[in-house]
Design a protein around this ligand. Structure first.
Ligand SMILES: O=CC(=O)O
Length: 333
């Protein structure tokens, strides 16, 4: 007679949970996912979710070989407490919430989905730029409280013809260059010492060899790179001082790349025109921390750049597919 899984020691539990469900590999879904992602997981895995087995999900550290995450943190402590863990499927490109060094030390694979939410993020960059240019933030906020702003007080400007400076020409930066360059006739100046120019989209652009060229020429500056020790505070007061007073600064990448304290100072000193932040050092952005910036007209959204139904579905499916491929090749099962 097969003993009940809970009667076994934890080192045997993972294999028991795996065999308990008709040979499908057990995957722990640490977050909520698009219904099509859940359906894929049900067809290919034995998925453990908050809905179908919250008690087992809480024990993922003890038992899991494979996990699927969207926004959950996976810390070095989690890794240390997860002796069976082999792979993490990650919906989305950024892996800054996962302790990559701890995973590397244990040879745990992180399978993320670069590129899939690029269009969604690039479209939000456009929305933020338009929002700042047309003062939509303050106008809509006042209107929601019944205060109509006379249109003479909100004379905006068009994006057409204004230079877009793109720092980081990976998937998202490239998508931004197409939207602004082809869609709005914006001259494009781009900086990325790591991506070969041949890999850039076929959009007329100037390739900057220094960031100073971007500060000097661009009217809209948008950053598209991960947060690393090298990129932290990459745009601080001195850089803002070097920008044109017409500059709109946008961060839809990661909080911390633009120094927020310096941004508030630069805006109040009118060194630059405005800013759009989808990513903040403190998320979700609270009124207590960001109210002063909002009063200065900063368009602020709660890190929703990649969060469209289309991209959630596609990136979630890709992460689950990545995990399936990994499991099919996993000879240590
Ligand atoms: O922020 C979104 C992502 O990392 O995909």
């Amino acid at each position: 007679m097969t003993p009940h899984p809970t009667a076994l020691t934890s080192c045997h539990a993972a294999s028991v949970i795996r065999s308990a469900s008709s040979r499908q590999p057990t995957v722990y879904l640490l977050d909520n996912f698009h219904p099509d992602v859940i359906a894929f997981c049900e067809a290919n895995f034995n998925p453990i979710t908050q809905k179908n087995n919250p008690e087992e999900l809480a024990k993922w550290r003890e038992n899991a070989q494979y996990i699927l995450v969207r926004g959950s943190r996976v810390t070095a402590e989690d890794i240390a407490a997860a002796p069976h863990l082999k792979a993490i499927g990650k919906q989305g490109v950024g892996i800054d919430k996962i302790d990559a060094a701890a995973c590397k030390a244990r040879n745990i694979q992180i399978l993320n989905t670069p590129g899939i939410n690029a269009q969604a993020v690039a479209e939000l960059v456009l929305a933020l730029a338009l929002g700042v240019a047309r003062q939509l933030g303050p106008v809509l906020a006042k209107q929601a409280h019944g205060i109509l702003v006379p249109k003479e007080q909100c004379i905006g400007f068009e994006l057409r013809g204004r230079t877009i400076g793109i720092i980081g020409m990976g998937n998202i930066g490239s998508a931004v260059s197409k939207i602004f360059g082809a869609g709005f006739d914006c001259p494009v100046i781009a900086y990325d010492p790591f991506v070969p120019a041949g890999a850039w989209p076929n959009i007329p652009h100037e390739r900057a060899s220094t960031l100073d060229e971007v500060w000097a020429k661009a009217d809209i500056i948008t950053v598209h790179m991960p947060l690393t020790p090298e990129t932290r505070d990459m745009i601080s007061y001195d850089q803002m001082k070097a920008m044109k007073p017409s500059t709109i600064l946008i961060n839809a990448a990661r909080g911390g790349i633009i120094n927020e304290h310096d941004l508030e100072r630069a805006l109040s000193e009118k060194l630059i025109l405005g800013a759009g932040l989808d990513c903040h050092e403190e998320e979700p952005p609270s009124k207590d921390k960001y109210g002063a910036m909002w009063d200065l007209g900063v368009m602020s959204t709660p890190h929703l750049g990649g969060t469209t139904a289309d991209s959630q579905r596609a990136a979630g499916l890709k992460a689950a597919e990545n995990l399936l491929q990994f499991i099919q090749k996993d000879t240590t099962v």
